[in-house]
Design a protein around this ligand. Structure first.
Ligand SMILES: Cc1ncc(COP(=O)(O)O)c(C=O)c1O
Length: 380
């Protein structure tokens, strides 16, 4: 393992996260604490609003368009393919509205409810593929494809097992079968490199309060540009003044929908949340997402090695291709153990029949060592 991954530059970044002074915070798959830079950006916005009110409107609009460009860049997309939503669920509901009636959809039984329920709620014709040992084998998805199938829904990383789906292979199948690929990337964007072009996805949703280190109430929806044209007929379930073609010169009798993904935004922007995301993307990009991915890999490997020394069974898939930032290990009484660790200021989650540990780059070996020492003294 390269010295860079242990180096003092990571320790300096740790200083940006005051949470580390109080906790061994290993629950970034649930909620990430924000770094100082994000808190500062949001505070600046509110100060601006307090002193200048709406006279700052154009400046805020410019900031949002800059945020859109930065986020698009971050996931290999184009600005016009990005909409700011409020949550993963909002994005998935919009997609389900557009696709649920277009044909059979395939998902799986590991998904977080936000991936499946919007489709079930719309009465979609769906096949739920059963998982196998915490994974969703692509072969099972392929076998579920019918003539009437139009959509495949999957998380990039599963919240309860950490299984990372092989999106490149899946998108190849979608290309061959002419299917929409809908990806819930909530548990990967911000922790792992996510590239919409490389992965060949049609739709992607995520939120800001997990690995993206930003705010509650900010989500993102990516829609591939070729799915945005008039012919696709993919429009939101709502009308939004902000989603009109010419926002400044709108007509109050005629709908002229924007050709950009901004048509999926429900009116006046939630400026502070988008500004939080912008600051977080700037912060993460400065570090570099590939370095972050490597650092997380180093920390999760450190954890895996320590757990192996204690002979604790790991439930997450550990092969290179399916590994993520989430490691779940077995526990006979996960809730009890989470509470025990919480009293020692070690923050983890009970998920997938065990304990979910989800370190971000600002964590270090000492956080994991504290968890391991606590496990040594724990009696179920
Ligand atoms: C994979 C996944 N999707 C969606 C959500 C919920 O996201 P939101 O509250 O933004 O809809 C979670 C939260 O745990 C999640 O893990």
């Amino acid at each position: 393992m390269s010295a860079e991954l242990k180096s003092s530059s990571w320790e300096r970044l740790r200083e940006d996260f005051p949470v580390t002074k109080k906790f061994s915070y290993l629950a970034n798959a649930a909620i990430s604490p924000i770094p100082r830079q994000v808190q500062n950006a949001v505070a600046r916005f509110y100060k601006d609003n307090m002193i200048y009110g709406g006279t700052r409107w154009q400046k805020w609009i410019d900031l949002i368009e800059e945020a859109r460009r930065m986020y698009a860049d971050f996931i290999g997309a184009r600005s016009e393919e990005i909409a700011f939503t409020h949550s993963t669920s909002e994005g998935m509901n919009i997609i389900a509205h557009m696709l649920a009636h277009r044909g059979h959809a395939i998902s799986n039984d590991l998904e977080f409810p936000s991936s499946n329920l919007p489709w079930i709620n719309r009465g979609a014709d769906m096949t739920i593929v059963p998982s196998l040992n915490g994974m969703v084998p692509i072969e099972r998805i392929r076998k579920a494809i019918r003539r009437r199938t139009r959509t495949i829904i999957t998380s990039h990383v599963q919240y309860s097992t950490g299984f990372k789906q092989d999106l490149e292979t899946l998108s190849k199948i979608c290309g061959e079968e002419n299917l929409y690929l809908v990806v819930n990337a909530t548990q990967s964007i911000g922790a792992l490199n996510f590239d919409v072009d490389k992965f060949g996805v049609g739709f992607t949703v995520a939120n800001g309060h997990k690995w993206l280190l930003s705010s509650f109430g900010i989500g993102t929806l990516y829609v591939q540009s070729k799915l945005l044209d008039d012919e696709s007929g993919l429009n939101p379930p709502f009308f939004s003044q902000f989603g009109q073609e010419d926002r400044e010169h709108f007509d109050n009798m005629k709908i002229r929908m924007s050709k950009n993904a901004s048509k999926f935004e429900l009116s006046t922007p939630h400026f502070p949340n988008i500004i939080a995301l912008k600051a977080a993307i700037a912060y993460i990009s400065k570090i570099n997402i590939l370095r972050i991915e490597e650092r997380i890999r180093y920390l999760t490997q450190y954890l895996i090695d320590r757990l192996a020394e204690l002979k604790i069974q790991i439930l997450s898939p550990l092969s290179n291709i399916h590994r993520s930032a989430i490691i779940v290990f077995k526990s006979r009484s996960p809730e009890h153990l989470v509470a025990y660790l919480g009293k020692k200021r070690i923050i983890v989650s009970a998920r997938g029949g065990g304990i979910r540990v989800s370190p971000h780059f600002y964590n270090d070996e000492s956080d994991i060592d504290k968890l391991i020492s606590a496990l040594k003294t724990y009696q179920a």
